[in-house]
Design a protein around this ligand. Structure first.
Ligand code: IVH
Length: 713
């Protein structure tokens, strides 16, 4: 053998391994694919020329090789047992296990607490890895516990599994553990699979099991499989440590992956605590686990406890409530939120999942409902993890109910058949037999299910909304609270409690109804004295005299805040001109873009809203029109648009705004090219960055005061 070849092979291996590590651990390739392949092929060629250079842990062993005809059976020298499951998901699961163990060991009540090892119960596929003199020689699935399948070729492609153990190794060591997939790896894999037009993997568990049962190792290699060691099988020539905890440490020292989320502690409370803690972190741990496993820590005690049929007495799996369950969709309803957003919600046949009974699941929005193609009558998989809103993760399409044949155009078909055969044309039988689903694909209704107003969709947005902002019961409380607020109609004393009372008693269904309230009617409400009733009526009466900007703002039109309302009032001078304006006219107003214009048009297009406005005017709500336009003195800041950001040293926001407006300027909430000045105080927000990007004039409080005096330097 050439010494140069041996040295080169060693260098190549080291280099390839370093690139592998960078790729698999850091997820960042340090070399191009082509350059990597070149290194790899060079090593393969060297090993082909000099077979004595082939070491058992050469990366060339990870290529996978040819597909196998079948998996050879492997008899496990030490059976692969299962674990007893503790289905009580509360803390008593841990207490009962401890009590059982203490009883089996005949410990007196006052004996000190027993020491346990606690780890996660990985949700994947159990494996046994055989290492002879430190070299990985065979890997097998659990099978029935006595005989498994030889999946060595597939496991060789799995980076987590060392091909050679680190340090001095025993003549024989069988490592037991679990192959699994991380959720993020699976998502990434599925994204690529879909892009290639392949079928995605259903979930991490099926992904792991399915990948190892592939006869073609190249497929296993393409899947993001990982491994955790949690125990041992047959061992020769290795003195066992005294405890399970130390055993796991030893496996980790051999270079085997051992999960960090583990604990050695005395007494059942520590176990129950671990169960709780890990349960709370379930969503943040990147792989699935369906419970935790407790094991008696002392191997000597494990031996004393022994087995009951196929389960050790020294271990238990303490489960978590299942997060997924199957059930049937009984209806799809549309809910209207406080902002008018429409959400399709699937009503479900109640099912126990994630620790609670679930009777409905969100479908988020119309696009999502259509993408998942959930229909009434479908059998679905529901997921509820932690406090997350229950979700439908998938539909069992093969169980979708079909429409009875008679509804599937049989009449038409028979008529056509008659005509055709009369014309002497032979008919291919039964095209109508193409079976049709019983229920159609989901579509949002055309009008709001709460109030019948029309539904609008913001450009590009997935969200559909009810346009009946002033009349929709779902939006009513929010609309009233806004209508009455200080900067809108300023009705003193009309807070959320009172609004709750008025709406649930059916006394107020739109803001216009407020003006029909009388003191005796109010006094009949609970916790409402005559005096407060009279005060409220007076406050409502007083609010009738308002200003156009306040009135526009009070309508609660989406995207129309206080400053936009002012700009609109100023620009149009009166309500009628605003109501009649088209998109182009609206977009002429400073600060009004396509979104705001669309929102205004949608609002005024809704007859229910127009009706409420008429009723408000009829009730006596009034203001002086054209004031802002005709009568205002020009002022030193006439026509200038300001944006305020951060805290000013002396002036409050309201004071700064009042000063600017009294000088003829306008204050806007958003920075745009139409902005003349950005007034920046302490801790300014992103508005300042945007202003800098746009190259706008930025002033501080002193600068503002100067300009208020008409001094623009
Ligand atoms: S110990 C003698 N530890 O659970 C006990 N098993 O029913 C042998 N599992 O499919 C198993 N995580 O693969 C043990 N930390 C863990 C585990 C674990 C998952 C699986 C195991 C087997 C099942 C046992």
């Amino acid at each position: 053998m050439s010494i140069a070849a041996a040295a080169r092979a060693e260098n190549l291996r080291r280099e390839i391994e370093a690139h592998d590590r960078a790729y698999y651990e850091g997820d960042a390739p340090t070399i191009t694919d082509a350059a990597y392949d070149a290194l790899f092929r060079e090593l393969q060629a060297l090993e082909a020329d000099y077979p004595e250079l082939r070491v058992p842990d050469s990366p060339t062993r990870r290529v996978g090789g040819k597909p196998m005809a079948q998996f050879a059976p492997v008899a496990h020298a030490v059976p692969m047992l299962s674990i007893q499951t503790e289905t009580d998901t509360g803390p008593s699961g841990a207490r009962d296990f401890d009590a059982r163990v203490r009883r089996e060991l005949a410990l007196p009540d006052d004996a000190p607490p027993l020491e346990y090892s606690a780890e996660l119960k990985f949700d994947g596929l159990a494996l046994s890895l055989r290492y002879e003199n430190g070299v990985f020689v065979r890997g097998a699935t659990r099978g029935d516990g006595l005989t498994g399948e030889d999946v060595t070729r597939n496991l060789e492609t799995l980076r987590d599994i060392p091909l050679r153990l680190r340090g001095p190794a025993p003549p024989l060591l069988e490592v037991r553990g679990e192959a699994y997939m991380r959720r993020d790896d699976l998502a990434r894999y599925n994204e690529k699979a879909r892009a290639r037009g392949e079928k995605p993997l259903v979930n991490p568990r099926n992904g792991a099991a399915g990948s190892l049962r592939q006869l073609d190792p190249a497929i296993a290699k393409s899947r993001p499989l990982r491994f955790f060691a949690y125990g041992i099988g047959a061992v020769e020539g290795w003195p066992l440590p005294a405890t399970h905890g130390e055993l796991l440490d030893a496996l980790a020292a051999f270079g085997l992956p051992v999960c960090d989320q583990r604990l050695v502690a005395a007494g059942w409370r520590a176990l129950a605590d671990f169960h709780d803690r890990m349960g709370a972190r379930r969503a943040r741990i990147p792989f699935d686990f369906d419970g935790v496993v407790y094991k008696v820590n002392s191997l000597a005690l494990q031996q004393r406890l022994g087995f009951r049929t196929r389960e050790p007495r020294w271990a238990v799996a303490h489960k978590y409530p299942a997060e997924e369950a199957r059930t049937v969709v009984t209806a799809i309803e549309v809910q209207v939120g406080r902002t008018g957003a429409l959400t399709p919600v699937a009503r479900l046949r109640p099912v126990f999942v994630g620790g609670v009974t679930v009777a409905h699941a969100t479908l988020h929005n119309e696009d999502e409902a259509r993408r998942k193609d959930v229909r009434v009558g479908d059998t679905v998989i529901v997921r509820r993890a932690g406090d997350v809103i229950p979700e439908i993760v998938g539909v069992a399409r093969e169980e979708r109910p079909f429409a009875p044949m008679r509804f599937q155009g049989r009449e038409t078909h028979l008529a056509a058949r008659k005509t055709l055969s009369a014309a002497g044309i032979r008919i291919i039988p039964a095209p109508y037999r193409k079976r049709m689903p019983r229920h159609p694909a989901f579509a949002l209704p055309e009008t709001c299910p709460e109030c019948g107003s029309h539904i609008v969709r913001e450009e590009g947005g997935a969200v559909a909304r009810c346009a009946g902002g002033l009349v929709c019961p779902a939006q009513l409380k929010g609309a009233l609270l806004h209508f009455a607020s200080r900067r809108a109609m300023d009705i003193e004393g009309l807070g959320d409690k009172l609004i709750e009372q008025l709406t649930s008693a059916g006394k107020v269904a739109t803001p216009a109804d407020l003006y029909a309230l009388t003191a005796p009617m109010l006094a009949s409400l609970e916790r409402m004295g005559e005096k407060s009733a009279a005060n409220l009526v007076a406050a409502i009466e007083k609010s009738k005299q308002t200003s156009l900007p306040r009135f526009i703002f009070a309508l609660g039109i989406r995207h129309v805040g206080e400053s936009t309302a002012k700009a609109l009032a100023h620009h149009f001078g009166g309500l009628d001109a605003l109501r009649r304006a088209d998109a182009a006219a609206l977009e002429n107003v400073p600060d009004v873009g396509a979104t705001v214009a669309e929102s205004l048009l949608d609002f005024f297009a809704e007859p229910h809203n127009r009706d409420v406005i008429e009723r408000l005017l009829a009730a006596g709500v009034r203001w002086e029109e054209n004031r802002g336009r005709a009568d205002a003195p020009p002022g030193p800041l006439a026509g200038k648009v300001f944006v305020l950001t951060g805290t000013l040293p002396n002036l409050t926001r309201d004071e700064a705004r009042a000063l600017i407006e009294s000088a003829g300027g306008k204050v806007s909430g958003t920075v745009s090219r139409k902005t003349d000045y950005v007034v920046a105080g302490e801790d300014p927000g992103s508005k300042l960055d945007k202003a800098k990007n746009l190259g706008l004039a930025i002033v501080d409080e002193a600068g503002l005061l100067q300009r208020l005096q008409g001094d623009s330097q």
